[in-house]
Design a protein around this ligand. Structure first.
Ligand SMILES: [Zn+2]
Length: 349
């Protein structure tokens, strides 16, 4: 006997680690893992949002898609000991463990990871979006034995409208704002949401799109990876000229700052986020329910289609979603909090 379990084990709360034989896999650790417990430790970074990229600050071996690495680097981050992977790749780790990379929607380069070992499959979704967008294909559920899934919108009031209708709403509001002489200014996430918004404006309207420098850097990576986006960075001479002339749409990842613009310009402010369905957004004139995550029903659909024996909730509204899953008979697992409390997942099944 090697002393190792023949089933997956799950350890940690902030840094969720899956153990398969002697192979340890950390999924989107929230703190940079120091001193990897063994040379057979790897981290998987599912996408470029900063709450998922702490592993880049550590010396552990990492897997991430090329897009994720490029975005992190474009914003000044370092990615030591990182191996770029492609969607669809299958990587052989130690002890007969296979790692398979699947699309997650959510943003360009976002992926789900499936671990196969001893005839069992464990899936880590990361943040995912089952709805196809102008840029990304929707994430598909991966049938598995153990499912580690996000629950950002794991609450029954998170019901999102069809994406096409949100696109139409954004285009109509932007168009009518411009016609009334006002400049629409959007505040959105620089990674993912900003590029989808640029795409919507490029496709449905003929209007210059001016973006802040952070949005421009991320958008440049999207363009390098084949997504056709038209925009101008506000801090370039062309951008300054477009701003001076008026009649443009402004996209920024920061709170709107009126002092950056000529005094004669009139603005209307907007946000585009799934949270607008749940919380009133009083600081802006208009809010659009454009989410990069699964809504409540899509989370349930994923669990229903993946048919796991047990589910672990990685982040989000875990309390509410855990109660919902328990009510419909889905088994929930908790992770052990230290190496002495490693849990055999089969103990919970
Ligand atoms: Zn994310």
């Amino acid at each position: 006997m090697s002393g190792f379990s023949t089933d997956f084990q799950l350890v940690g709360s902030k840094n969720v680690t899956v153990i398969a034989g002697r192979q340890r896999i950390l999924f989107d650790p929230q703190k940079p893992p120091r001193n990897p417990a063994s040379r057979q430790s790897v981290a998987c970074v599912s996408h470029a949002h900063s709450d998922h990229t702490a592993a880049f600050a550590s010396s552990i071996d990492k897997y991430a898609t090329k897009v994720t690495l490029d975005i992190h680097q474009a914003l000044g981050g370092k990615t030591p000991k990182s191996q770029p992977v492609n969607l669809g790749d299958r990587i052989s780790l130690s002890d007969g463990v296979d790692l398979h990379v699947h699309p997650a929607g959510h943003m360009l380069g976002a992926c789900q990871f499936a671990v196969e070992w001893n005839g069992r499959r464990l899936v880590y979704t990361g943040d995912f979006n089952p709805s196809s967008t102008l840029i990304t294909e929707g994430a598909k559920p991966i049938p598995c034995d153990i499912l580690l899934i996000e629950a950002t919108y794991g609450r029954p009031d998170a019901v999102f409208p069809p994406r096409e209708s949100v696109y139409a709403e954004i285009a109509e509001w932007t168009s009518s704002s411009l016609k009334s002489g006002k400049i629409p200014a959007f505040q959105v996430y620089a990674k993912g949401k900003a590029q989808e918004l640029i795409c919507i404006l490029n496709k449905y309207l003929v209007v210059p799109v001016v973006v802040d420098s952070t949005v421009a850097k991320v958008s440049d990576v999207y363009v390098q990876h084949g997504v056709p986006l038209k925009y101008t960075a506000a801090d370039t001479s062309t951008g300054k000229e477009k701003i001076r002339k008026g009649g443009f749409v402004y996209i920024s990842s920061k709170k709107f700052n009126r002092r950056l613009f000529p005094s004669g310009h009139r603005f209307v402010r907007a946000r585009a986020t799934g949270w607008s369905k749940i919380f009133p957004m009083k600081s802006v004139d208009k809010a659009f329910t454009l989410s990069a995550h699964a809504d409540f029903q899509q989370l349930l659909d994923y669990v229903g289609e993946a048919e796991p024996e047990a589910v672990f909730l990685t982040c989000g509204d875990t309390t509410t979603f855990r109660a919902v899953l328990k009510k419909i008979g889905v088994k929930i697992v908790n992770a052990g909090r230290g190496t002495k409390q490693q849990m055999r997942l089969s103990d919970f099944i």
